[in-house]
Design a protein around this ligand. Sequence first.
Ligand SMILES: Cc1cc2nc3c(=O)[nH]c(=O)nc-3n(C[C@H](O)[C@H](O)[C@H](O)COP(=O)(O)OP(=O)(O)OC[C@H]3O[C@@H](n4cnc5c(N)ncnc54)[C@H](O)[C@@H]3O)c2cc1C
Length: 413
Amino acid sequence: MPRTVHIVGAGLAGLSAALKLSARGERVIVHEATAFAGGRCRSYHDATLGMTIDNGNHLLLSGNHAALEFLRDIGAADRLIGPPAADFLFADVASGQRWTLSINDGRLPLWIFDPARRLPGTRALDYAPLARLLWARSGKSVGETISCKGLLYQRLVEPLLLAALNIDPPHGSAKLASAIIRETIAAGGRACRPLVAREGLGSTLIEPALETLQRRGTVVRLEHQLRGLRFGAERVEALDFGKETIVLTADDAVILAVPPYAAASLVRGLEVPNEFRAIVNAHFRIEPPAAAPPILGVLNGTVQWIFSFPGRVSITISAGDELVDSPREELAKTIWGDVSRVTGLPPALPPWQIVRERRATFAATPAQDARRPGAKTEWRNLMLAGDWTNIGLPATIEGAIRSGNRAAALVAR
Ligand SMILES: Cc1cc2nc3c(=O)[nH]c(=O)nc-3n(C[C@H](O)[C@H](O)[C@H](O)COP(=O)(O)OP(=O)(O)OC[C@H]3O[C@@H](n4cnc5c(N)ncnc54)[C@H](O)[C@@H]3O)c2cc1C
């Protein structure tokens, strides 16, 4: 009888582990609590807008090598779109000023020395804090490492780290900020091209993954929530799904790819991140202006990023904890005010939807980062995966996929 690897959680961490193991011919069963795969990265049909939308706009970068490999494996690499170069367009709501940051392709940061490429109003010397962040010491916050003031901070460091760490940057972990700078700006423009799933997260990342798994004989059991694990001295012996218990053979393995609070309730004594930050997204059913860029950074407004899709304009607000309880209609109007000012679209509020993910990511502080466990546990057949495990990156698609790959490599024979 061949052994079975049970993967609990069908978010990107669980799916990437399942893809790696199924490609090696392993027998894999994925157990997912909800009625859909994708976890925090999913699409759904929204009745108010009458269209399929994503729970949140997700941005990938061309340097996210694990995510791109995942997409190639499921035959969906061509479903991401983005500009041919690392050009980031910004608009300042307060001043009306607009600019484009153009990071040159190679590792040598020529853009810093080129006034036409770097941020308006900055000098090459102003970019020194990026190097300080790059070599930041573990345990320090961003605010303890660089000055969080001035044009470079407001126009580059703050928008970049707010989006990547999902936390007010001064409180963010300098070590995680350093990982972001190393894998993006310091790696050159070739690693920084922004990429979005134009037809949605579901049809780009999730459905093709499920189809690939099905072709490889992997079973994905939806609405199959793990209620408990039975622990032996050195291995997990059984999985308790309430009405059903699966007894494991000595060879079977388990990858727990659930969020941190779910993992902590299933594994005794497991220390996990226990503070979270919200992300607010708003979607408007309206055709964006023909000249609208796919992604526009916004400064000095409530909105942080505007995404233009066919028939829809969507916005993202990271670290949006202060907005999770504000009245929905009021919030929609405030957001649309920013969008209308920046895009020139009419001020009348179009049909809208607001999606607020309260626990979008763990809070990327040094203290929370220190609570992230590795993949191995004290039980030899139990591995952990998820964007909150210690993968050296903040909670992102790339981190989730790398964590799934790492757990798969550890159980693989
Ligand atoms: C609004 C929003 C915007 C984001 N934007 C970006 C972005 O722009 N770029 C980026 O890179 N990242 C972004 N992220 C982060 C990214 O979505 C996550 O890092 C990634 O999806 C996490 O995947 P995961 O598999 O680790 O966890 P999850 O997606 O949380 O998956 C865990 C799965 O486990 C299941 N589960 C829980 N308990 C059980 C149980 N007991 N039994 C069985 N199953 C269980 C859950 O239902 C879920 O499906 C964003 C996140 C949000 C919420």
